[in-house]
Write a protein that binds this ligand. Structure first.
Ligand SMILES: [Zn+2]
Length: 251
């Protein structure tokens, strides 16, 4: 009962709407829907470097996860190159990276080996991901012969994507962020990459669901995976999120 009253009290606190749509300097989203507070407290610094080969259309999507990866990792551990084929003269140093012996291409070909089979005592890997839809990724691969010579690895995971806003072609299809985080965790035998890097995605999904985005998953599934929005007002939910850090530990 006391809890219910507390909710009532909280819901009466006025939360003024923003005067204008100010963009967050980091994630470039309107400040009210910024997910930066869900980023790891300290940027993660894996031994390996993630290299995203990004299809130009990917950047224009309104829901995109590459910035979450970029902001969650130390700046030299996530490199993004844009284009429909690679490398191009403007892709500084990419050719060197793509031809190093410790470079791996995450690509689900017939010859790709399970990423967990890779030695993890090497200093570091360059982990190359193609960022785009599956047809875009195939087209990039086909027009970038340099990629054909890179050792190919694949992710074997039963994790269903938590990125439920963006329609997934098949179950088990992961967003760029989820793919990179899972790959880092498997490669470096450390679950913290999936645990910490995916938090902004959970925040984004929660916000989108609260605002009526259509999902293709059952409510039951969403509750089970804790991505279903709590049955409280948007405003209150936001207020609670923004004050969560400042509240004293109540246990
Ligand atoms: Zn932000």
């Amino acid at each position: 009962m006391e809890e219910l009253e507390a909710w009532d009290d909280l819901s009466n606190i006025p939360a003024d709407p923003p005067v204008m749509r100010k963009l967050c300097a980091d994630c470039r989203r309107p400040a009210v829907v910024c997910w930066c507070s869900a980023l790891p407290p300290e940027k993660l610094n894996p031994r390996s470097t993630v290299i995203l080969l990004q299809h130009p259309a990917e950047e224009k999507r309104c829901l995109r996860t590459a910035p979450m990866l970029q902001l969650g990792l130390a700046s030299n551990k996530c490199l993004i190159f844009k284009g429909k084929k690679f490398p191009q003269p403007r892709h500084k140093d990419l050719e060197i990276l793509l031809t190093q012996p410790n470079t791996l291409l995450l690509y689900p070909s017939k010859t790709a080996i399970d990423i967990r089979a890779m030695e993890n005592d090497t200093d570091s890997y360059n982990l190359v991901l193609i960022d785009g839809t599956w047809p875009q990724a195939k087209a990039i691969y086909a027009s970038s012969p340099i990629l054909h010579n890179i050792k190919q690895v694949k992710l074997l995971t039963s994790n269903t994507s938590s990125y439920i806003i963006r329609t997934q072609p098949t179950e088990g299809c992961l967003s760029t962020l989820e793919t990179a985080a899972e790959a880092l965790s498997q490669l470096e035998r450390d679950p913290k990459y999936t645990e910490l890097l995916l938090q902004p995605l959970h925040t984004l999904c929660k916000y989108q669901l609260e605002n009526g985005a259509v999902t293709h998953q059952s409510k039951e599934f969403l509750i089970k995976t804790r991505t279903y929005p709590k049955l409280i007002g948007k405003r209150l939910s936001k207020l609670l999120r923004s004050t969560q850090e400042e509240l004293p530990d109540q246990t």
